[in-house]
Structure formats: C-alpha cells, structure tokens
Design a protein around this ligand. Structure first.
Ligand SMILES: Nc1nc2c(ncn2[C@@H]2O[C@H](COP(=O)(O)OP(=O)(O)OP(=O)(O)O)[C@@H](O)[C@H]2O)c(=O)[nH]1
Ligand SMILES: [Mg+2]
Length: 701
C-alpha cells in the first residue's frame, strides 16, 4: 500500500436524504478507480459501504461506511453516511474527520428534508460543500429543476460546474463547464468517459453557465475581476485555483451531475474532488478543547512534523474482531505498534495492526500520515469522541454534541438466558451507536431502551438477535415524562430513631424554588455556624437527589428546581450519613407537597413533507394532536409543515402519516423541549403510571 501525505489526501463525507444515491455513488467511484472488481449494488447487497447484515436486509445505510479510492496520485477517503432521518446524526459525527462534504441530491426530488438538515450541520461547521445530483438516469430527472430547487434553498452561491448531456435513460454524458469539454459514457459501463466537444445543441447553455461561473469566481477577487473586465473571461490556469479557493472558503457551492447505478460521471467527480476540494494540509489548525496547564488550549496543524494526535470518530463492536476504532490522524505520523495516551480517559493504549478500511475489509499499513483516516482493533478503553496522542504533547479535541434520544421502549428478555446476555450485548452495541441508551426504571425495575425512533430500536433488536443471540420483546413506547414545581416551599426534614442502642438523628431545613426549563437541579449550601457539620451536607444533597429521581406525583424524575439548605441540627453520637440522607428525603417530600408539583412532557420539533393536496388535512390532524404550527413552506408541489407536538401524540405518527397520505408523506422529528402537561391530562397520566407500578391510585381526600 502506497503511503499518502496530506497534500495528496482528500477526506469527504457523503451526506444527503435517504435513497438519494450516496452508497451507489461510492460504489461507482470505487469501481471506476479499480478498488473493486465489480460495480457494487445496494439492491444486491454488494455495495462496499453497506455491508452490515441489517444494511443489506433493509437496503439502506444504517451507520457510516468508510472506503477509499486512489485517483490521480491522490487517496480519496469516502465516508458514506445514512440519510434516513433516524440515523442522520451519523453525518454530524463524521464532520471532524473530513475537510469537505459531498451533498448528494436525487435528480428527481431535488432538495428534501434531510438535505436541508445535513446542509445545516455543514454550515455550522463551515464545511466546504460540493453537491452531486445523482440518479440522473431516472424517469423525470431534471437538471434545471434541481438547480432551481438548490438555489431556492441555499442561495446564489449554488453554481453548476457540470451539465448533463441527454436525460433519463438517454443520459449519455457530462459537460465540464470549467474546461468547456464533454465526456461521453455508456450507461452501466466502465465509468471512464471519452472526452470530446460539447454537443452543438448544448453549446449555448454551456456558454451561459460558464460565464455565470467565471463572474461568480471573480467576485471575490480584485485581480481576477480586472482580468475578467479586460479579456471578458478568465483563462483556465487562473480559474481553477481561484475556484478551488472559493470552494474552500464557502463562497461557491458547486453542483455536479452523475448516476451511481449507471456509473456515469464518477471519473470526473473524482477529478473534481482532487482539483477543487481542500487537502487536510489546507485546513486551519485544529484547536484542543481542554486547557492543559496555563492559558489557551493547544492547537495542531495537520502536518507530519507536529506531535502525533488522533481523533476517534467511529467505533464498531464486531462480535469476532472485537472493538474496531476508526480514527483521523489530526497531526504527526502514526506508526504501527505505537503506544499512545488516551487523553480523554487518561489511559495508555497500544495501537497494534493499524489499517485502512475498504468497506468491511481491513488493509494493513505500516504508517499513516497527518490528515489520513484509518482503523485499529482491540483498544482497551477508547470510545468514539476520544483523543489519543503522543504522551508528551497532550491535547483533546471536542467530541460532537448530539441530541437526546427521542423515544423509549421497555424491553423484556424472552428467557432467563436472554436476560443474562441482554446487558452485555446492549452495552457492546452502545459503543458503536451514539444515540442508544439503556437503563432500568428504578421503580418498576423494567429494562428501558431509548433511541431515535421505532426503526432505530428495531435495528438494535435485530442486531441483538443476530450478533449476540439474545431475544427480547419490545413493549409500547414510553413517554419520558418529568416532574417539576411551580411554587416555593420552606420545610424541615427530621429523621430520628433513638430507641435503644446506637440511634439515628438527622435534621435539615430547606427552601425549594423552581428553576427555568432545562436547568435541572441546583443545590446551595447556606449553613452558617455549623448547624449541620460540613461532612453531612453532601448526605442531605444525596437524599434529596435520590428522592427527586424517584419522583413525587407519578414516579418521574423531578427536575428544574433549586434547594437551599439553610439550617438544621445534629446529634453528637447518633448523627451519621444515612440519617442525614433520610432527613433530606423527608424534607424533599414535604417540600413537594407545598411547592405545587406538576408534570412535564417532551415536546417534539416535527417537520412534515407532504404533497400540497394533503396539507390541509395534515394541519387539521396536528391540531387534534395538540400540535402548534410553527411555519409552512412550499417546494415544488410539496408542502413542508413545521410544528411542535407533544411526544405522547406522535408515538405512531409514522404509520398514521402513511395512511393519511397514501404513503406519500415523510416526516422528521426530534426532541425540542419540555413543557407542562395540561391539567386534565395530568390526572390520567398519574393514575396510569401508578397502576403500571403496581400502586393503588390514591383517593383524594
Ligand atoms: N436509476 C438509478 N437508481 C439509483 C441510482 N443510484 C442509486 N439508485 C437506487 O436508489 C436506491 C437508493 O440508493 P442508495 O445508493 O442506497 O442511496 P443512499 O443515499 O445511500 O440511501 P441511504 O443509505 O438510505 O441514505 C437503490 O435502490 C439504488 O439502486 C442511480 O444513479 N440511478
Ligand atoms: Mg446509503
């Protein structure tokens, strides 16, 4: 395996709406570059970056696949992310590992809900973007319409660098609008186009676009502007580097055209990636997140002469190979068998057998240079988001922030044997799945599993069965209600047991008041003069926290409140930690009685995309679900509705939307905030929660 250095590397992430053609486009590039013997196909389960059993079974990407193509003396690392809304956080997680994104858009649908979502992730990270309109061979694919849809969503910086020749099943070539040449392809052929002149019928279109392109490139650059005014054009040798800079600086978002399945345009796409997208060495130095010692956090350039550091952006728990960590070399040179410090966890790791990943296949290498991407198996403590590096030069890069999971199910092991294996299997899966959570309801003792949506949890259940031979039943989704207070309280909590022998004594006085939503919990110690000895104060706090976790109204955690401990008393002999914990609990309960407790429910931010004719009925339906419409937008015959809706009303929305729109609607939702549950519903929820926990409903006095 040839060794590549930063100027000859390109790291790109493929992002976009589900089924836009990302995985197929990667397959086309790999085949065209000679990395695979055949053109891989998603529908045959042979695409290099969709190799997991679940991906093959569902014919969709579930987690990011990593592969590379060697092209024009450059290694292009390709990170193929899933576009299905429940897995789209993967796109965000890959951004620290790349210098550019290929935003893949379907030639028929243009910009879709997830396209805008991933565009937002890229914009936040100032990530250079190149748009690839794929599936151009499909019926009703239309270059002009897609360009319009792109400009409408992303503005005037959208600029085609190519234009297709022929359309739908007669798609036969691609025009390069920079060099003003055309390439002709055979649908389903080798992927290597034949260069020639632009067909006469398209000469005018091509010229118009070329001029617009030249103008836009010159806009940011005085010397080029002058040249443009003098000569009426900019020669290629000036245009290409200027375009490269404009793309790197997010001044231009170029648009290319292709067909992954038909293998059209992959060669020129790779040419463009090499020519126009930035190399790792062009990236601004990466800043560490944690200050070590004095002053500013350290920074590293993506160069070989810096001390070695690497960032782990993905983990796979393979039942046979064990844990595989995917990393980006952020600085320095990584050699096989190196020992490195994990700065996130303060442990040492040995990186034996580093490799490059070609889909599921590991290709062994001896060294990897700054800017490259690789993988290593069997690290002891390292997980996604960790920084490793040269012990003498500590640095820690920021891990990607993700939203909280949106949905919780109770799961039940099918047998005793399954129960024993359950925790082990799920914990392994959690290593590779950043949005998976697993815990136990402290009251019902049920196992709970949380994720981004029903399909996500179903994938987890399928993996548990296949990989760890553990079978579970899923029970109806649970809404993660919370409790809070709306009033203040001032109470005393006293625990006293002094009958014979060693007694117990704890006594505290607390004030309780509400905090803003999302503030969780705050504890203030306001004891003066030793009314409670300092060493018992954490026990009071612990007692209150434990009680809050168990809830007051319906067993849901109490949040967004502040406790001020301001007085109390103790006993020389009988006071101990436990007594003060119990005093804290008693005080908490008494305070809740006074402080107007209330239930909170999760409210989801929902985005629904339906053909215009369904918009009216969908809005009416949202009303019935206590939804609040936040906005509406029209896009090429479709209406996008944005709304905030309580989660409890959305548990079966996927199926409901399908039946309301004959399968033509799609939606996306994520956790947005918590809000107070209307009074009339509170009582029902409380009664139900108590029944589920096997408690008798309390009669009101
Ligand atoms: N006609 C046509 N079909 C294509 C093309 N590219 C992909 N497809 C088909 O479209 C479907 C989706 O393609 P994928 O490559 O899996 O799309 P994706 O963007 O990776 O989808 P997710 O992984 O779910 O986000 C598959 O059935 C492909 O065979 C293309 O260029 N032309
Ligand atoms: Mg895919």
């Amino acid at each position: 395996m040839k060794v590549y250095e930063s100027p000859n590397l390109r790291n790109v992430v493929l992002v976009g709406h589900g089924k836009a053609g990302k995985t197929s486009l990667v397959a086309a590039m790999l085949y065209t570059a000679g990395a695979t013997q055949r053109l891989g196909r998603v529908d045959e389960g042979s695409a290099a970056t969709d190799f997991d059993d679940e991906e093959i079974a569902r014919q969709m990407s579930i987690s990011t696949g990593v592969a590379f193509a060697e092209w024009n003396k450059t290694k292009i690392n390709l990170l193929d992310t899933p576009g299905f809304n429940m897995f789209v956080h993967e796109a965000k997680m890959m951004l620290p590992a790349v210098e550019a994104a290929l935003v893949v858009v379907d030639g028929v649908s243009g910009v879709e809900v997830v396209t805008e979502r991933v565009w937002g992730y890229c914009a936040e990270a100032n990530m250079p973007r190149m748009i690839v309109v794929s599936r151009m061979d499909r019926e009703r694919a239309d270059a002009n319409r897609v360009l319009e849809s792109l400009s409408k969503s992303f503005g005037r910086q959208i600029m085609p660098l190519q234009f297709p020749v022929g359309s739908e099943k007669n798609l036969s070539g691609i025009i390069d609008l920079v060099r003003m040449k055309a390439r002709t392809y055979e649908l389903g052929g080798s992927g290597k186009g034949k260069e020639g002149e632009i067909p006469t019928a398209l000469k005018d279109t091509a010229r118009e676009w070329h001029e617009k392109l030249v103008e836009l490139v010159a806009e940011g650059n005085d010397t080029l502007m002058e040249e443009f005014f003098d000569k009426g054009t900019i020669p290629e040798e000036h245009l290409v580097p200027a375009l490269h800079d404009a793309i790197r600086e997010d001044r231009i978002f170029p648009v290319l055209f292709a067909s992954g399945l038909g293998n059209i345009g992959a060669d020129e796409l790779m040419d463009f990636v090499v020519d126009y997208l930035p190399a790792p060495s062009e990236r601004a130095p990466s800043r560490g997140q944690v200050t070590t010692g004095n002053g500013e956090p350290p920074t590293r350039k993506m160069g070989d002469t810096e001390p070695a550091s690497l960032f782990v952006f993905k983990t796979v728990s393979d039942p046979f190979a064990g844990r595989i960590s995917y990393f980006k070399v952020m600085s320095g040179v990584m050699r096989n068998d190196a020992s490195m410090q994990n700065f996130t966890r303060n442990t040492q790791e040995k990186l034996a057998h580093i490799s490059l990943m070609q889909g599921k296949t590991a290709v062994a290498v001896n060294e990897l240079h700054a800017g490259d991407i690789g993988a290593v198996a069997k690290l002891k403590d390292t997980l996604t988001g960790d920084t490793l590096g040269d012990k003498t030069a500590p640095i820690q890069y920021a891990a990607v922030k993700l939203p909280e999971p949106a949905i919780t199910f109770a799961i039940e092991p099918k047998s005793r044997a399954d129960e024993d294996k359950l925790g082990i299997g799920i914990h392994k899966l959690m290593e590779e799945d950043a949005m998976l959570r697993f815990f136990r309801d402290p009251q019902t003792k049920e196992f709970l599993i949380a994720g981004t949506g029903q399909q996500h949890i179903e994938v987890v259940v399928a993996k548990m069965k296949k990989r760890y031979h553990t079978e579970v039943n899923l029970k109806a989704p649970k809404v993660p209600y919370r409790e809070t207070i709306r009033g203040k309280a001032d109470v005393q909590g006293r625990h006293k047991k002094q009958t014979g022998g060693h007694g117990q004594f704890g006594d505290c006085k607390i004030k309780m008041e509400p905090l803003p939503r999302g503030a969780d919990f705050e504890f203030v110690n306001d004891i003066f003069g030793g009314a409670i000895p300092r060493n018992f104060i954490p026990a009071v706090e612990k007692g209150i926290k434990d009680a809050a976790a168990r809830g007051y109204l319906a067993g849901y955690p109490v949040v967004d409140f502040k406790v001020v401990l301001y007085d109390g008393s103790y006993h020389e002999v009988d006071s101990n930690d436990l007594s003060f914990q119990l005093a804290g609990r008693i005080a908490f309960k008494k305070a809740m009685e006074q402080a107007k407790p209330t239930l909170l429910e999760p409210i989801m931010a929902v985005e629904i995309n339906v053909p215009d004719e369904f918009a009216g009925s969908i809005m009416g339906d949202l009303n019935g679900r206590r939804g609040r419409i936040q906005g509406m937008d029209n896009r090429g015959g479709n209406t996008i509705i944005k709304a905030e809706v309580p989660m409890s009303e959305m548990l079966t929305y996927g199926a409901d939307l399908t039946s309301m729109t004959q399968g033509r609607g799609s939606f996306n939702m994520e956790m947005h905030h918590y809000d107070i549950v209307p009074q009339a519903l509170q009582e029902k929820i409380i009664v139900k929660a108590k029944q589920e926990r096997g408690e008798q409903p309390v009669e009101e006095e």
